[in-house]
Design a protein around this ligand. Structure first.
Ligand code: ATP
Length: 376
């Protein structure tokens, strides 16, 4: 087990900065997920931790020791990739044992030695048991399902008993159902092994369910590092707000105005009253155009709204209706703007019909239009 620290780490490919000034402290035993859109620099960051990519600037430490110039094999990290890269001619046991048989380990007397065969066998059997593939050990990879192959790839990392596990989109070759199942197994595995794990994905659902903390990246920069609920409730900027949560948050431009002794957001075709406890902050932006954000689940059919706030209900017209059984998604227009709402499935409204949508403004967000930073 180990701490992983990144100190102002940069990676440049020629003049292009793929990773910019990443500063990150990963605690012993923590599961940290790097998430962001394609090209945001997450894989490059992971590869720098692994030692597969040089660091242009900054410092990476594992358990306090600077590893910048240490080759991957000396960092005591194990990486699991999207492609399992198993040896097709070796059976599961030998695939898992391969790196153990090849490597030399410190023998405690200042020299190094190969692991005894009994120890290799013990480690492989124990990892196979943990992963539920004990009865597959004599099979070749070609005889396994995708999920079983990914388990073997995980097993190959586990037997090494590394200080840090690094995962690069390990589930993206699996079908949707298997991904969800393997996601739960990875979470269980982390609870049992209690190892430090760093996991890269572009899938925010994977990030939210697996991470003790999630690092959201965009354009080589860390946008926010927080636990999943904080990221969801209090995104630092519009990028994080739009990236985390599915379906994505609605963003609508509004001007902040004062009226009737309160603060309102004026959308042109309609107005919403900022709740009293948020009004003081909003008042500082009177006269400005801001970006208002509200999640689809915070827009309700007024007939099902639990608490009604004043000046927070408007009539919208349904353009698209998607009934998912557990949820009803409505794309609707209101005052010339389009909103996406996730409403109670008992809502009775058809395409082309009007319904009263209640904005739960206690959950509203406001962002600065030019910087994207959160105001509320
Ligand atoms: P993805 O999910 O698509 O893998 P990512 O967030 O992991 O994306 P990286 O693979 O880290 O992104 O790449 C970050 C940026 O650096 C991209 O713009 C990519 O094109 C660029 N890049 C990565 N490797 C190299 C390289 N060897 N040479 C030049 N540019 C590179």
């Amino acid at each position: 087990m180990a701490r992983v620290e990144l100190d102002h780490v940069w990676k440049r490919f020629g003049s292009f900065a793929a990773v910019r000034d990443v500063d990150l402290r990963i605690a012993d035993g923590e599961f940290v997920v790097l998430v962001g859109p394609s090209g945001c620099g997450k894989t490059t960051t992971l590869r720098m931790i692994a030692g597969l990519e040089d660091i242009t600037e900054g410092e990476i430490r594992i358990d306090g020791a600077v590893v910048n110039d240490l080759p991957p094999k000396d960092r005591d990290v194990a990486m699991v990739f999207q492609s399992y890269a198993l040896y097709p001619h070796l059976n599961v046991f030998d695939n898992m044992a391969f790196s153990l048989k090849m490597r030399r380990f410190p023998d405690g007397k200042g020299a190094s030695a190969k692991l005894p065969r009994t120890e290799v066998e013990r480690r492989v059997r124990s990892a196979a048991k943990l992963l539920g593939i004990e009865d597959q050990l004599s099979k070749k990879p070609g005889q396994l399902s995708g999920g079983q192959r990914q388990r073997v790839a995980l097993g190959r990392a586990i037997v090494r008993n590394p200080k840090v596990f690094l995962f690069d989109e390990p589930l993206s070759n699996l079908d949707a159902k298997l991904r969800v199942a393997m996601r739960a197994e990875l979470a269980k595995l982390h609870r049992r092994l209690k190892s430090t794990m760093v996991y890269v994905t572009h899938d925010q659902a994977e990030a939210m369910t697996l991470g003790d903390r999630v690092v959201v990246m965009d354009k080589g920069l860390v946008q926010q590092v927080d636990d999943p609920q904080t990221l969801y409730d209090r995104p630092r900027n519009q990028f994080v707000a739009g990236f985390i949560g599915s379906p994505a948050m609605n963003f609508l431009e509004a001007s902040v105005v004062e009226a009737d002794g309160g603060v309102f957001l004026d959308f042109g075709g309609f107005r919403l009253r900022v709740p009293a406890d948020l009004a003081a902050v909003a008042r500082q932006h009177v006269g400005e155009t801001v970006v208002f954000g509200i999640r689809p689940e915070d827009l309700h059919d007024r007939n099902f709204a639990k608490l009604m706030q004043p000046d927070a209900t408007v009539t919208a017209r349904v353009e698209v209706r998607e009934a998912m059984g557990s949820d009803l998604f409505l794309y609707a227009t209101v005052g010339g703007l389009t909103i996406h709402a996730r409403v109670n499935p008992a809502t009775k409204v058809e395409v082309g019909q009007a319904f009263d949508v209640h904005f739960d403004l206690t959950k509203m967000h406001l962002f600065d239009r030019s910087t994207g930073l959160a105001i509320i």
